[in-house]
Design a protein around this ligand. Structure first.
Ligand code: PMP
Length: 352
């Protein structure tokens, strides 16, 4: 069939909807609060003439501010266009062998897409019935391991002990720990990057730093692994983050007080939401993230509630997938937004 045979055909990742109309948006785990005031000051003070120039390919201001904040060396940090870009570069760089890469059956649904697009063999490992990881599943010979901790869409964080157990059993492959939601719960594996040279810890500014629209992600690892990542990056696209993103990301790392305040507010609203959901008869595992993965009370279908909420202008996420199609993933919004959600859910559950 001519050129059709030469085309790389993939089933893409499906991002959550970004509706144009004004809705209560609890479907893509964005932060309900704005970025820090320092980010606005920085963006307002930018020299727009500079858009003429290519941005700094090394992103040294950004890497320096991240390194300073986390007390690592800039050469132990890599940045990209959101953690999706960082993770994609990690898959391309570290998973170039023939053995299968391991990750859980229920996790961030981009992992299998990157594996497919880069033609990386992979095997999923079944989480147990409580959506927990069995570390022993990751002891077998493999081409790499990817663990989201806390996991998505389950919201469950595993102990650092379990994560370290997996890392230490895999000294011959790179272990990626995706910590997109770590600021909301669970213990980070970051202190282990000096102990294990096969570890990469991935972070994002999209959630706790309220900048999904800026697309800034980064990761930590040994200088050797970070160099390999940069070599691949410079072989694909040297200028990844643009000038405003580099400046905004640099500023965001400096406003610690604002950051802590936002995270604490989200955690407090999460606690309220968990209580309200119990009252409504939903079941859930306590969340270590900025979302709740909840199962409606007996006799109610998650898919139906998803549609009914949408009709009421409240967007949440529903995955029509094995083992999780009976649940909804609901981002923690502001208290006011959650009050609207509770009211809508009450109406839907009563209206039978
Ligand atoms: N990892 C996980 C587990 C996520 O849920 C997300 C958000 N979709 C990402 C990575 C990517 O986020 P971003 O590209 O905005 O940094």
């Amino acid at each position: 069939m001519g050129f059709e045979d030469n085309i790389r055909k993939v089933t893409p990742y499906t991002p959550g909807e970004q509706p144009k109309k004004k809705v209560i948006k609890l479907n893509t785990n964005e932060c309900p609060y704005p970025p820090s005031p320092g980010v606005f000051d920085t963006l307002n003070g930018l020299d727009w003439e500079k858009l003429r120039l290519y941005p700094d390919p090394v992103m040294s201001d950004l890497l320096d501010s991240i390194a300073e904040h986390y007390k690592v060396k800039p050469s132990e940090v890599f940045a990209g266009v959101g953690s999706d870009d960082v993770l994609s570069m990690c898959f391309l760089t570290f998973f170039a062998g023939d053995k299968p890469v391991f990750f859980p059956d229920i996790t961030y649904s981009f992992y299998d897409v990157w594996a497919e697009v880069y033609r990386i063999p992979y095997e999923t490992k079944k989480l147990n019935d409580d959506f927990r990881i069995n570390a022993g599943d990751y002891y077998a010979d493999n081409g790499g391991v990817v663990i989201a901790n806390p996991n998505a869409p389950t919201g469950i964080g595993e102990s650092l002990g379990l994560i370290e157990d997996i890392i230490s059993h895999n000294e011959d492959s790179v272990v990626i720990v995706d910590e997109a939601y770590i600021d909301f719960g669970a213990e980070s594996a970051l202190p282990l990057i000096r102990k294990y040279d096969n570890l990469i810890v991935v972070r994002t500014m999209s959630k706790s730093r309220a900048m999904a629209g800026m697309r800034i992600g980064y990761c930590f690892g040994s200088e050797r692994l970070i160099k390999y990542l940069n070599d691949v990056k410079y072989s694909v696209n040297s200028y990844t983050l643009n000038y405003p993103s580099i400046a905004a990301g640099t500023a965001a790392m400096k406003d610690e007080e604002y950051f802590n305040d936002v995270v604490n507010r989200i955690k407090a609203t999460r606690e309220r939401t968990e209580k309200e959901f119990s009252k409504l008869g939903f079941s859930y595992y306590p969340s270590d993230t900025n979302f709740l993965f909840a199962k409606p009370p007996e006799g109610h279908e998650a898919s139906e509630i998803f549609e009914r909420l949408k009709e009421k202008g409240i967007y949440v996420r529903y995955f029509k997938k094995d083992r999780i199609s009976d649940r909804l993933r609901i981002t923690i919004g502001t208290d006011e937004e959650m009050d609207c959600l509770f009211k809508a859910l009450r109406e839907i559950l009563e209206d039978r």
